[in-house]
Design a protein around this ligand. Structure first.
Ligand code: ATP
Ligand code: MG
Length: 267
């Protein structure tokens, strides 16, 4: 399998009034095509910075970012993005919001085709019937579902998500995790998910990358062997000894990243 995302020895510092703030330090990681990489790390270590580099919104001081064998030097159309607080245009309906990326990257696509493509995704995430509502008429979970549709409507090579489920309650979040698997089963994409939730990282990730404290480097990579084998992952798998062991490993790694000694688990 080829690596779709390759980050090679990336080092970056922000210029601040108090001098340079080193954020990424010789960071290297790769995500094979079709894989889902979850990235966890201490708050403020540089995770969002990493997403901006992959999307081409920023250039690193040194090192290289490659997507699909091409060096990233400017913003990429082939990247879809979703954030914690989905930014939706209130003067557009949900359908019109989801169609927006197609208007930008596929101007020659006919309006009926755009609508059909958006409706296909809205149906998949359980939002058919809501396409004519305004964003403010939807719940937070529904808005995030629509935002995921918008992020993949133009079939990007890579979906980058920065804590997309962080603002949702626990049950809605679990629903969205399942939606995520359903979307991937329908149209496989390569994904990078930034999260603070270790269970989320294990349930969704094929690999979980633990970043060190700032300046961040790749501290640890866990290959997820989710109980139940191939096929759609079941939430119940999270309560198995195999998952408990993976979560304990990750928790220990986060504590190391935070510069603390690992201690007994608190549930
Ligand atoms: N544009 C900027 N200019 C200067 N400093 C910045 C800029 N953006 C981020 N920083 C600083 O860089 C560090 C890393 O920021 P970043 O947002 O990448 O962290 P993060 O891991 O996403 O944090 P969180 O977990 O809180 O979302 C932080 O200390 C932040 O204050
Ligand atoms: Mg962040």
């Amino acid at each position: 399998m080829t690596d779709l995302i390759e980050i090679k020895g990336v080092t970056h510092a922000y210029k601040t009034p108090n001098g340079p703030l080193p954020v990424l330090d010789n960071l290297t990681l790769s995500v094979p095509e079709g894989e889902f990489a979850a990235v966890v790390g201490p708050s403020g270590c540089g995770k969002s910075t990493l997403t901006r580099l992959v999307a081409g919104l920023m250039k690193p001081d040194t090192g290289e970012v490659w997507l699909h064998g091409e060096r990233v030097k400017s913003p990429r159309k082939t990247v879809g993005m979703a954030f914690q607080n989905p930014v939706m245009l209130e003067w557009r309906t949900i359908l019109q919001n989801v169609i927006l990326p197609l208007e930008i990257v596929a101007p020659s696509m006919s309006q009926p085709d755009r609508k059909a493509r958006a409706m296909e995704l809205l149906q998949l995430v359980g939002l058919d019937g809501f396409q004519d509502k305004r964003p403010s008429e939807l719940s937070g979970g529904m808005r995030q579902r629509a935002s995921l549709c918008r992020a993949i409507v133009h079939k990007p090579d890579v979906l980058i998500m920065d804590e997309p489920f962080g603002a949702l309650d626990a049950f809605t979040r679990e629903d969205l995790w399942q939606t995520m698997h359903a979307l991937r089963a329908k149209e496989p994409f390569t994904a990078v998910l930034i999260t603070h939730d270790l269970r989320e990282s294990v349930y969704l990730g094929d690999q979980v990358i633990v970043l060190s404290g700032r300046p961040a480097t790749t501290q640890f990579v866990l290959d997820v062997d989710y109980p139940g084998g191939a096929g759609l992952r079941q939430l119940e798998g999270l309560y198995t000894p195999e998952c408990a062991a993976m979560l304990a490993t990750l928790r220990e790694q986060i504590q190391i990243a935070q510069g603390r000694q690992p201690g007994p688990a608190v549930h």
